[in-house]
Design a protein around this ligand. Structure first.
Ligand SMILES: NC(=O)c1ccc[n+]([C@@H]2O[C@H](COP(=O)([O-])OP(=O)(O)OC[C@H]3O[C@@H](n4cnc5c(N)ncnc54)[C@H](O)[C@@H]3O)[C@@H](O)[C@H]2O)c1
Length: 344
């Protein structure tokens, strides 16, 4: 039996606990949330026997095999360091991994020293359609990839000032909080980013109600260019799609169970059957806890999507092109080289 504990009992904790309920040999043993109401309602909903009075009680619980960190981005760094120090070495952490790049670098060093494995919650890597898109690109079915167009726009944004998600200093706004999923997708498909320019609203307090928008251009080391659009908007319509264009074709994925593929004289729809991504992600997490299997999105990948988001934000602030350092960070940890870098 794999025994788990949750830090944070909000929306994402409930999403993951619901997925875990469908898996055998797994038990949620405990939860800590400073909101007692949240912890108790979570414990009642998922039959969790222990509600810890504080995080240190959780760190000291020797019956736990794995921990899911589901509180806010700006708290992840401290919590992960405390978990490593307490010998908790199998950890799931929600995205965005951290609020600042230096925090992510320290986590890489400390995880290595503690022998810890961390899975970062970029669940789109477990969505069959995105995996198909990555495979189509990697197998060279589009030829040399020249460009990507990404749009992820969320209408009906209803957060108020004071909410974590509307607090730019804590969440990093739409560019870090939401678009880090897409930066992770592009990293998976195109490899390492080389430079960024763009403009972001960054939840400016000059607006009567919180909204956010990013419009950016990323250049990748493999020569591809990506146009990025993301928004938290209070009106209008939403969309969520990635388009990839190569010398021999194009592929478009809009989140359904089909991928559209366009090649000379040919238009096909590829079926992408698969499990719900949050379920597949939790299966992979349990595999990591029980067998030590490496996560598909570990600390290095989680940090890369943060670096890209923060590079875009810095480019917006300075008005200059932001250039990313090559993938060797100061701790000497190499980001994995993506096979798609080698696409013809
Ligand atoms: N993967 C995804 O698709 C996805 C979607 C939304 C949010 N997120 C990320 O998940 C994280 C949480 O977002 P959410 O929507 O679940 O927020 P939420 O507000 O629903 O839940 C957060 C919970 O954390 C608790 N909390 C606050 N401080 C804490 C502390 N010190 N220790 C333990 N718990 C604490 C809060 O009381 C709350 O219950 C954020 O980092 C967010 O960016 C990921």
């Amino acid at each position: 039996m794999v025994q788990l504990a949750f830090i944070g009992a909000g929306r994402m904790a409930q999403t993951h606990a619901s997925a875990l309920r469908g898996l055998s040999g797994v038990r949620i043993l405990g939860v800590y949330d400073p909101s007692q109401a949240a912890a108790q309602s979570f414990a009642a909903a998922y039959q969790v026997p222990k509600c810890y009075a504080n995080a240190h009680e959780l760190y000291a619980d020797g019956e736990i095999d794995g921990v899911l960190v589901c509180h806010y981005t700006d708290l992840h760094h401290r919590t992960l360091l405390d978990l490593f120090a307490a010998g908790k070495t199998a950890v799931f952490c929600e995205k965005a991994l951290v609020r600042r790049v230096e925090e992510g670098r320290e986590l890489l060093r400390e995880a290595h020293a503690a022998g810890a494995r961390v899975m970062v919650g970029h669940h789109r890597r477990y969505q069959a359609g995105y995996a198909m898109l990555q495979r189509v690109a990697r197998e060279g079915r589009l030829g040399t990839i020249r460009m990507a167009k990404v749009a992820y726009c969320h209408p009906g944004y209803a957060r108020e000032w004071g909410d974590f998600f509307a607090d730019y200093g804590r969440s990093g706004g739409v560019t870090l909080d939401m678009m880090s999923h897409l930066f992770d997708q592009l990293h998976w498909i195109l490899g390492e980013a080389e430079s960024a320019c763009g403009r972001c609203l960054r939840l400016s307090r000059s607006m009567p109600l919180p909204v956010d928008y990013v419009s950016a251009t990323l250049a990748y080391r493999n020569g591809a260019i990506a146009g990025i659009e993301g928004s938290w908007q209070r009106y209008g319509v939403g969309y969520d799609k990635i388009e990839l264009y190569g010398d021999e074709g194009a592929a478009i994925y809009e989140g359904s169970d089909k991928l559209r593929l366009y090649r000379a004289g040919e238009q096909t729809e590829l079926a992408c059957p698969g499990k719900p991504p949050y379920l597949a992600q939790m299966e992979a997490f349990i595999d990591m806890v029980s067998s030590g299997a490496p996560p598909r999105v570990g600390l290095a990948e989680g940090l890369h999507s943060v670096e890209v988001a923060l590079g875009v934000l810095e480019a917006s602030e300075t008005g200059e092109t932001f250039r990313f350092k090559p993938n060797q960070n100061e701790a000497g940890f190499q980001l994995p080289v993506q096979p798609s870098n080698a696409i013809r």
